[in-house]
Design a protein around this ligand. Sequence first.
Ligand code: SF4
Ligand code: F3S
Ligand code: FES
Length: 250
Amino acid sequence: MSYQGRFRVWRGDSEGGELHDFTVEVNEGEVVLDIIHRLQATQAPDLAVRWNCKAGKCGSCSAEVNGRPRLLCMTRMSTFAEQDTITVTPLRTFPVQRDLVTDVSFNYEKAREIPAFAPPKDLRPGEYRMQQVDVQRSQEFRKCIECFLCQNVCHVVRDHEDNKESFAGPRHLMRIAELDMHPLDTADRRPAAREEHGLGLCNITKCCTEVCPENIHITDNALIPLKERVVDRHYDPVVWLGNKIRRRRG
Ligand code: SF4
Ligand code: F3S
Ligand code: FES
């Protein structure tokens, strides 16, 4: 069954823009990305949208539908009533390039700031031996498709542009947690998590977890445990004494 759906789509560029009204055919089983493609094919051939897999796996088609961060290819039209007007806007936290396409390079810059996996020096690739139980906790974080919806929704940067420099965001703090939980990683990730990547700015509002299309428990399983690990290191009297003695000797 088809019907004529009402849409408001943001069009513009880095200089500014506005919402445009469209009426587009909707067919059974379609997702919002299908509608955007039909809009391109029939009424707005120059409408910019980023997408790749149309299967919820590449993380390219992130945008906001009725103000909620979502993957366009995984948002079913059946979620909405036929009489609803559906608003599609670009991610709010990142600068707009054109229409629904934003510049997400902030996320790649933050990713580069995290030192890579650091296995013991005497261990060569191929000699890594671990049990499933060793990676049980951090395995969940590997499901991340880097859609950056969590980065977009976190109020620490969404509402405070000036925090971008000092806050890596949930996706990257989760990466630090993943490495810190890795049994073969030798780096101590905790001081940098606190001092360079802004772990303390996260006040566990859990908005990141709510929008994650991979249903990763970012806050409960990565951010809170990382906070606990940082606190243990910082306030454990034995660790504190050890650091103090080391500093004195230095
Ligand atoms: Fe997307 Fe989830 Fe990865 Fe964040 S953690 S980038 S929301 S898949
Ligand atoms: Fe932001 Fe998630 Fe923390 S939304 S405040 S990173 S729990
Ligand atoms: Fe790949 Fe949507 S197009 S996740």
